[in-house]
Ligand binder design. Structure first.
Ligand code: NAD
Length: 509
């Protein structure tokens, strides 16, 4: 039966230039979390396809690496323009396939545009150092060289932005890309590939050289990802997803001495001090915990509140929680869309049951809109006060569950914040500069992101993004994350008439 999500998706895919054969004749079922409708049957990559795609990417790399970086940047600039022209359609498809509300779908495509702009600037700044040599008549310097084929494995909840964070940097660095998107979001990947192909055509039409296969997509499940992971022609694997996936992928890449950039699960906490501006804190927590239906790696999963503000904060959060509009993500006014599938809903129910058994008081969390959309899984956001940081609180449940804990001394709050296996994002709300600085100090938050008076959720592309411990240690996007997509070469040049050895070593022959 054709329902509204599948009709809408077909119109969007046509407008985005995706060939019908790619999403009507395959075996991978693309289902919308919005209403459970089947939006496409995507062609899955076979083992032979994978070999051919990786081979093509490697051949393209050999040509692309010698094209001057600013010229490579020009392709990324053109791609940014194509994205601007198709922003609304791609964003709507993200909403239908990942369940994000309209503004978040648009925000995701905006992130793609922003990283393109960032990468274009970077294409003229991939510079190394000149280093003082200890030997007379010598010069020492470092250069950053293109690395090779970058394998990008991405998660369902950022179906297009994560690819762009990697691909934009990889392309200006002189690398080529092979993308294995989440099997839950193959349509947005096909649409992104169609837009990228359009950009390449415009770039070539303007007189530039672009080898075939600069960026390609391989659709399918974990087995397709594994083919990338084990292939020695792919020197860098950038994998975004669960810690479970990272535990499998990391050692396999290490076993062949490949490079891994892992962006895995988070369990992000926000400390609310007795000196916090509670108005700001409530807004940050509500968006961070329940926005995107709790399906961001940076979602606020824990609030650690000073005992003197705990009850007032819980009361205010509960007032907000019950008013959040749950519904179709593209409907005006909706703030909370669906969970991605039934498994996600079941995991949420199981976590709430465990929280109760471990002494928690649960508000919300029940299924919503089951009559209107029986094939989809909407859930009321949950607010859970906990007597302690019990086992369930230490796990990432990818759903809108917020656990609230109490503290008395800041040290205790920081210990709780750091006392989980994950280390992605963290925040403190305080107007006290000593508390803020202590939180950001070496003895403070152990996460890759530590914010003051800003929530845990979301990040700007200008900073390096990623986290420690079970989050995987990778950094992508801004700052100097580009270096991971390149290899560093140290060059020493002797322009003297003698051959002095380093450290004064004598070896007279
Ligand atoms: P997932 O781990 O189920 O899947 C992620 C990707 O890995 C998919 O493309 C999947 O096909 C692939 N994969 C799974 N097993 C694999 C294997 N053995 N070999 C190769 N590839 C394999 O994650 P998900 O449910 O799509 O996404 C949610 C998770 O992703 C959450 O844990 C979330 O925190 C995390 N995430 C992290 C970040 C970050 O930047 N740190 C960003 C987004 C999502």
């Amino acid at each position: 039966m054709t329902t509204s999500s599948s009709l809408q998706a077909q119109t969007l895919l046509e407008r985005l230039g995706v060939s019908t054969a790619l999403y009507t004749q395959g075996t991978l079922v693309a289902r919308s979390p919005v209403d459970g409708a089947v939006m496409g049957q995507v062609v899955e990559s076979t083992a032979a396809d994978m070999q051919a795609v990786i081979g093509r990417a490697h051949a393209a790399f050999l040509q692309w690496r010698v094209i001057p970086a600013p010229k490579r940047g020009e392709l990324v600039r053109v791609f940014g323009e194509v994205l601007r022209a198709h922003k609304a359609d791609l964003a709507a498809l993200v909403s239908l396939e990942a369940g994000k509300i309209a503004s978040e779908g648009l925000g995701e495509v905006q992130e793609m545009i922003d990283i393109c702009d960032f990468a274009v600037g970077l294409s003229r700044q991939l510079h190394g150092l000149t280093i003082a040599s200890e030997r007379p008549g010598h010069r020492m310097m470092e250069q950053w060289m293109p690395l090779g084929v970058v394998g990008i494995i991405s998660a369902f909840n950022f179906p297009v932005a994560v690819w762009a964070w990697n691909a934009a940097l990889a392309l200006v660095a002189g690398d080529t890309c092979v993308w294995k998107p989440s099997e839950k979001t193959p349509l947005t990947a096909l649409a992104t590939q169609a837009l990228f192909d359009k950009a390449v055509a415009a770039y070539v039409a303007a007189g530039h050289v672009a080898p075939e296969g600069l960026s390609q997509v391989l659709n399918g499940g974990a087995a397709v990802g594994e083919a990338l992971v084990t292939d020695v022609r792919v020197p860098l694997i950038s994998a975004t997803g669960s810690t479970r996936m990272g535990r499998i992928v990391g050692p396999k890449v290490a076993a062949r001495f490949g490079r891994c950039l892992l962006e895995l699960g988070g369990n992000n906490a926000l400390i609310v001090s007795d000196k916090a501006d509670l108005d700001l804190a409530v807004r940050a927590i509500a968006f961070g915990a329940w926005g995107t239906a709790g399906q961001r790696c940076t979602t606020t999963r824990r609030v650690i509140a000073h005992h003197s503000v705990h009850d007032a904060l819980v009361e205010r959060l509960e007032k907000v929680r019950v008013q959040l509009k749950i519904g179709h993500p593209l409907q005006e006014g909706t703030l909370v869309g669906p969970l991605v599938d039934r498994l996600a809903f079941d995991a949420m129910q199981s976590a709430l049951a465990q929280a109760k058994a471990q002494g928690g008081t649960v508000r919300g969390g029940e299924r919503a809109l089951a009559t209107e959309m029986p094939e989809a899984y909407y859930a009321a956001p949950a607010l859970v006060t906990m007597p302690a940081q019990t086992e369930v609180v230490c796990h990432e449940t990818f759903a809108p569950i917020l656990y609230v804990l109490k503290y008395s001394q800041l040290d205790e709050a920081i210990a709780l914040q750091n006392g989980v296996p994950q280390g992605l994002s963290s925040a403190i709300f305080t107007t006290d500069i000593r508390e803020a600085e202590a939180f950001m100090s070496a003895a403070g938050s152990d996460c890759g992101i530590a914010n003051v008076n800003i929530g845990t959720s979301g990040a700007e592309i200008g900073g390096a993004f990623g986290g420690e411990k079970e989050t995987g240690g990778g950094r992508e996007s801004g700052s100097d994350a580009w270096r991971q997509y390149m290899r560093r070469v140290t060059n020493t040049v002797n322009y003297s008439n003698s051959l002095p050895l380093a450290q004064g070593v004598k070896f007279d022959v």
